[in-house]
Design a protein around this ligand. Structure first.
Ligand SMILES: [Zn+2]
Length: 147
């Protein structure tokens, strides 16, 4: 670490990303937001539907704990865990990208994907072959000294 770097004078490193990957990440962010919003809404409904004993402080205040005799005490605790996770992890901003430009995969990218698929198939075939004879051979080959 140099003094220049510590003071933030070095230029910020940049990462170039393919448009296909960039739009995929935006879409994943939007999906995450939609999913967490659904989880938050449903968890809130469960918390609101929980039954309480008379005089339970948790009936009106979310942060209060239930009385020991409340019938839905455990359900409420689980729903509150989901609710707080949803509140904490929902992306603040994620707009749905519609009508984005379609970018044809490049010839190199397509070849790389096909090659990866072929490698996976070969690996799968090797695993299947290994699985077919799971038992060790009766006479394992022993090491022999080279003469
Ligand atoms: Zn309660």
């Amino acid at each position: 670490m140099t003094q220049r770097h510590m003071m933030g004078l070095d230029p910020e490193p940049r990462t170039t990303v393919d448009n296909r990957v960039w739009f995929g990440q935006k879409l994943a962010l939007w999906r995450s937001k939609v999913g967490w919003e659904i989880a938050e809404r449903q968890a809130s409904e469960i918390v609101a539907r929980c039954q309480h004993m008379t005089g339970c402080p948790a009936e009106s205040v979310e942060t209060e704990t239930c009385l020991a005799d409340c019938p839905d005490r455990e359900f409420r605790m689980s729903a509150l865990v989901i609710l707080n996770a949803a509140r904490g992890f929902t992306p603040p901003v994620a707009s749905k990208i519609s009508g984005q430009l379609y970018t044809m995969p490049s010839r190199e990218y397509f070849s790389a994907v096909v090659a990866e698929l072929a490698a996976c198939q070969a690996e799968l075939a090797a695993l299947r072959a290994a699985g077919a004879k799971a038992e060790p051979p009766p006479n394992p080959p022993s090491l022999q000294e080279k003469t």
